[in-house]
Write a protein that binds this ligand. Structure first.
Ligand code: BDR
Ligand code: CA
Length: 310
């Protein structure tokens, strides 16, 4: 089978970095480009971080910088989880490559318009770049094969009781994307919180002892420290890589079609992905919501993704 063409739209971020790592050499994936957005840190930092990860792993993928703030609301970052740089932990060499000159939104538009409608978008940060591209050139929408995004939750949030970070950080953008009419897979906290990167997992990946394995370990040791401080967990949820794992092996996820609406108006539940799990509203489902994950299979995919660098 032909590898799935993807554009990874991210805000690295420790788990975004692992998503890049897994997508970079998976035989099932053709990583066309990386677009970055403000999210876990400011845009200048997320851009540098994406470049650092690519350089470290020897990935020749172009990296485009996109929007430096949400469409409407105030900017929100996650320094408590990802550190001052957005990617604290590993020591990176000085950069010998730079960001592409084209704006990420322009790159998304041009690439999708020139495509045969076979590109999957994989957003693992706030949805600002994707929503802006849809608004600037609505003709791209039918060209999108599928959107597989990390964000949201049909249970509870991680920034507020109701909301998950990527959706809350730009709920207006999320509203644009969730109402676009293209197939969407929502990989939310309901499943990503089941893949906790506990010390046993870190030790398992350390044994691989290649470049990618070392990066994984350096990233996760820092990530686990902050996850412990903030949530009290021994191992942080490896949110973003679940999107990539589900493209490598779709059976890793169980999904259910649901009607999902973004709460971008309320005060108490701002940023909630209101998922009609039981179909109360009798509205046509617009999202395949991940409801369960095969945890053992997921870690096998991560291990294989690291071994691809040997
Ligand atoms: C999401 O928020 C970010 O901090 C992570 O990178 C992930 O994309 C989890 O809520
Ligand atoms: Ca992210």
């Amino acid at each position: 089978m032909e590898p799935t063409k993807i554009i990874l739209d991210c805000d690295p971020g420790h788990d975004d970095a692992i998503a890049i790592l897994l997508a970079g050499k998976a035989p099932e994936i053709n990583l066309l480009g990386i677009t970055v957005v403000a999210g876990n840190q400011t845009l200048d930092r997320t851009a540098i971080n994406a470049l650092q990860v690519c350089q470290y792993l020897g990935l020749n993928v172009p990296v485009y910088a996109g929007c430096d703030r949400p469409m409407i609301r105030e900017k929100l970052t996650a320094g408590d989880i990802h550190g001052a740089t957005g990617l604290d932990g590993p020591k990176f060499a000085p950069l010998d490559r730079s960001i592409e000159t084209k704006h990420a939104v322009q790159y998304l538009i041009e690439t999708l318009m020139a495509s045969d409608g076979d590109i999957t978008l994989v957003p693992t940060g706030p949805l600002t770049n994707i929503a802006m591209a849809m608004r600037l050139e609505p003709k791209i929408v039918p060209k999108i094969h599928r959107i597989v995004l990390m964000g949201g939750s049909f249970s509870y949030g991680n920034v507020s009781p109701a909301a998950e970070f990527n959706i809350l950080a730009d709920a207006d953008a999320a509203h644009v994307v969730f109402t676009c009419g293209r197939p969407i897979t929502m990989v939310g906290l309901d499943v990503t919180r089941k893949v906790l990167c506990v010390p046993d997992v870190v030790d398992r990946m350390a044994k691989i002892d290649n470049r990618a394995g070392n990066l994984f370990v350096d990233l996760m040791r820092f990530f686990n420290k902050t996850q412990h401080q903030v949530f009290g967990w021994e191992g942080g949820p490896l949110h973003d890589p679940v999107t990539i794992a589900s493209i490598v092996a779709p059976e890793v996820l169980t999904t259910k079609p649901m009607h999902v609406e973004i709460d971008h108006r309320s005060i108490q539940s701002y940023g909630r992905t209101n998922a009609d799990v039981f179909g109360y509203l009798h509205k046509t489902p617009n999202v395949d919501v991940a409801t369960d994950i095969d945890v053992d299979r997921f870690w096998d995919i991560v291990e294989a993704g690291i071994r691809n660098y040997s």
